[in-house]
Design a protein around this ligand. Structure first.
Ligand code: NAD
Ligand code: LMR
Length: 327
């Protein structure tokens, strides 16, 4: 049996975590032979901690063979102690009529504190994945607080957007989702994101050729992927939870599986024309568990470049909005 890894999850009594935690404990994230210890972090409020106790009771009642222990914490120094993975889910979700960036002032400060504490107490090999919105900028804030952990340890999730785009392309072409590949998300997890359809494949051929509807790809497709989160809020009255949890499973599982190519928001370092210091979605290839290299050299046409410029502009604006929070 491998030694257990420690997985810290914030917002552990929230909606996303309710779908997420049983899947981590059952092996969907780290594999069927990898034991885990869950370090569940919530706010120091009686109602939240009581709800967290209930979540832990249910996890106990699943008798998951891989779940070797749980730590329930309302103190980040305890929650992140020696954590190998820190999954930052805990933050306010948006409601109807809001954009994710409207959450910045409230949520941003969560990530200054957590970034600093993770840097102090998490494991030497710690990796951080940010889900709480606006995810790209929150990852940037957390990374800016770190002195020990390098920026590549901090990623934000755009995998939900990749999965949404994959399903939309499959439906348009009338094929199974498994027939769609190489659809990558560039930029912000917001309506400005760019699902780069020109490089996508359906049954191994250019998706654009098979779909044969450039107007749909440039218009409805990009718009619907970008606004899918709002469509779910409008329908459900609450933001996506099961699909977000599933996307985080995919995000981390692919980051610990060498050879996987997938969309992740990472520090851009100027790639694809992004400002070097924003966290932007782009394709990466996992090189060893937790480490990746960005896939460069994908050619962009004028339409793609204009979309990337727009999503970059938004990321730069978000950064200036939180300038005083950056470490
Ligand atoms: P939720 O309100 O159901 O749960 C959030 C939980 O976080 C609450 O229990 C709250 O007490 C807790 N929390 C708040 N601040 C905390 C802190 N400092 N430390 C620990 N816990 C804290 O919300 P949810 O539906 O689970 O969504 C969580 C976040 O994920 C939201 O910001 C939402 O917008 C975002 N989200 C992102 C994506 C994505 O693709 N990146 C997808 C869906 C949702
Ligand atoms: C989503 O894309 O579903 C999430 O980011 C939640 C939201 O606010 O849209």
């Amino acid at each position: 049996m491998k030694p257990a890894i420690r997985v810290a999850v914030t917002g552990a009594a929230g909606q996303i975590s309710y779908s997420l935690l049983p899947r981590i404990a059952s092996g969907a994230m780290f594999g069927p032979d990898q034991p885990v210890i869950l370090q569940l972090l919530e706010v120091p409020v009686e109602k939240a901690m009581k709800a967290l106790e209930g979540v832990a009771m249910e996890l106990d009642d699943c008798a998951f063979p891989l779940l070797q222990g749980m730590v329930l914490a309302d103190d980040a120094k305890v929650g992140f102690k020696d954590a190998n993975w820190c999954l930052l889910v805990g933050a306010k979700p948006r409601g109807p009529g809001m954009e994710r960036a409207d959450l910045l002032k409230d949520n941003g400060k969560i990530f200054t504190t957590q970034g600093r504490i993770i840097d102090e107490v998490a494991a030497e090999n710690a990796r951080v994945a940010v889900v709480g919105n606006p995810a790209n900028t929150n990852a940037m804030i957390a990374a800016s607080m770190a002195r020990r952990l390098t920026p590549d340890r901090f990623t934000a999730m755009v995998r939900l957007d990749q999965n949404r785009a994959q399903t939309m392309l499959a439906k348009k072409a009338g094929v199974a989702t498994t027939e769609v590949s190489e659809i990558f998300i560039f930029g912000n997890h917001s309506p400005t994101m760019f699902p780069a359809f020109s490089h996508a494949k359906i049954q191994g051929q250019a998706a654009e050729k098979l779909v044969n509807d450039r107007a749909w790809l440039e218009g409805e497709f990009c718009e619907k992927v970008g606004k899918r989160g709002a469509a779910i809020i409008a329908a459900r009255g609450a933001s996506s939870a099961t699909s977000a949890a599933n996307a985080l499973i995919d995000h981390v599982r692919d980051l610990v599986t060498p050879g996987k190519i997938h969309s992740v928001a990472v520090k851009s370092e100027g790639r694809y024309g992004f400002d070097p210091n924003v966290w932007a979605g782009m394709p990466v290839k996992t090189t060893s568990p937790g480490a990746f290299e960005v896939i460069t050299g994908i050619e962009m046409d004028d339409f793609a470049n204009s979309k990337i410029a727009a999503t970059n502009k938004e990321l730069v604006e978000e950064r200036s909005f939180v300038a005083e929070m950056l470490g």
